[in-house]
Design a protein around this ligand. Structure first.
Ligand code: PNS
Length: 171
């Protein structure tokens, strides 16, 4: 009998993907057969990068690894649990950095559980070195020329430089 793949959806804004996200994905891959990195398409939330740009950066980041079929990059809109069910996922993977993440994550997990009993939320703790990184703080540092090379993958670094170079030229 064919073994059923244990699939997890790792959802987020990923505006952009950081090394903290990659750390969670690497940890998740030790538990699940496949991780679907799913970028939320949310027109009401202002983002620096378009969904296509975000998906593109994530795909480039994972392109050279020995991923086989263990990583899929996608985007979704609407309800996360409906998307997860559609993808036959058994879990939603979320990273937890500090206590400050807890309240919001707890609320989302409980809401998702109300909405679907088929999908479990699995929290993984980020490595200590990524506790203080976030997409927003990285964007802020990059905007003012800060060195963010150790906090993001090379494709993300290049794209941030390109984006802020464009902004500089417009001034
Ligand atoms: O990286 P983020 O912005 O913290 O990710 C938030 C995300 C995408 C996980 C959350 O906004 C989400 O799941 N949105 C989809 C809409 C949904 O299902 N809402 C109900 C549960 S809160």
């Amino acid at each position: 009998m064919e073994k059923k793949l244990r699939i997890a959806v790792y959802p987020g804004s990923f505006d952009p993907l950081t090394n903290g996200h990659i750390d969670i994905i690497d940890r998740g891959r030790k538990i699940f057969d496949k991780i679907i990195i799913a970028v939320l398409h949310n027109p009401s939330k202002k983002a620096l990068f378009s969904v296509d740009e975000r998906v593109g950066m994530i795909k480039k980041t994972f392109k050279n690894g020995k991923n086989g079929n263990s990583i899929e990059v996608d985007s979704f809109g609407g309800l996360l649990v409906e998307y997860a069910e559609m993808k036959n996922a058994i879990a939603v993977l979320r990273g937890m950095r500090a206590i400050s993440d807890f309240e919001n994550e707890f609320q989302m997990a409980l809401m998702n559980r109300r909405l679907s009993r088929k999908v479990q939320t699995v929290f993984l703790m980020t490595g200590l070195r990524w506790i203080f990184t976030s997409s927003s703080i990285i964007k802020e540092a990059a905007q003012f020329g800060g060195d963010i090379a150790s906090m993001v993958s090379n494709p993300v670094k290049l794209k941030l430089e390109e984006k802020f170079e464009k902004f500089k030229k417009r001034k």
